[in-house]
Design a protein around this ligand. Structure first.
Ligand code: 5RP
Length: 224
């Protein structure tokens, strides 16, 4: 057992028969999907809505019934990972590059639950580089603007050294900020830069965080 597995398995308590369930992306969500697939195999009836091609492939390989976001009225609960989160239940997402679809699915969800291992629960957001998804056209202009503002952007590359391209065909600039004193203010600023499609700051967008520890226990943080 590790913290990711503990949190991922615990999140199955969020799912009831008949629900439409948003399925996040990443190595922690893997454990949730595994547990969910087990319940589906035993007769649980749910419909999944994925946040990335990786998650669709995994869910379909495990025979979880899926629909696209366009084909559902609403989502009952979404279970997703995060790269950093704090006591205000704000966080950074997008380490896996799925931030745009993750935010779209989160916004369509009645309830949002994050699953993280305990190392991701921090006093101050910003040590993890903040992903900013940008349109390829003129991306260097956005890069220069962010650099001039002291946000230390870096174009994300894939393992082969090529420019990383998201599921939606965009690039990612990772901002090496070290600390984000005011997540709401930075989110607002990024929301207003032309060429920025979305950013990985999720402010006030999560209801519950399940924090898993290496010994298998899980703490629950709820929004008041
Ligand atoms: C992908 C994400 C993931 O949820 C985040 O990167 C956490 O991933 P992992 O569970 O593999 O640590 O935001 O875009």
């Amino acid at each position: 057992m590790n913290g990711k597995e503990a949190a991922g398995k615990e999140a199955i308590r969020e799912v009831r028969d008949g629900m439409t369930v948003g399925l996040g992306t990443g190595s922690t969500v893997y454990y949730f999907l595994q547990a969910l697939a087990g319940k589906v195999a035993s007769g649980l009836k749910i419909t999944g809505v994925a946040t990335s091609t990786k998650t669709i492939e995994l869910a379909e390989s495990w025979k979880i019934p899926m629909k696209s976001l366009n084909d559902v009225d609403h989502i009952d609960v979404t279970v997703d990972g995060a790269d950093e989160c704090d006591a205000a239940l704000d966080g950074i997402k997008g380490g896996g590059g799925a931030l745009l679809y993750e935010k779209l699915v989160a916004e369509a969800s009645d309830r949002r639950v994050w699953i993280v291992d305990s190392r991701k629960y921090v006093d101050q957001l910003g040590h993890f580089p903040l992903p900013v998804e940008v349109v390829p056209f003129g991306w260097k202009k956005v890069y220069t603007r962010l650099k001039q503002d002291g946000h230390r952007p870096e174009l994300r590359r894939n393992d082969a050294g090529k420019t990383y391209v998201t599921d939606a065909g965009h690039y990612i600039l990772d901002l090496h900020l070290d600390r984000i004193p005011d997540a709401g203010a930075l989110a607002d600023k990024l929301d207003h830069i032309t060429g920025v499609v979305e950013h990985g700051l999720f402010v006030g967008m999560t209801d519950t965080i399940l924090i898993g520890y290496p010994d298998g226990h899980v703490d629950t943080l709820n929004r008041d």
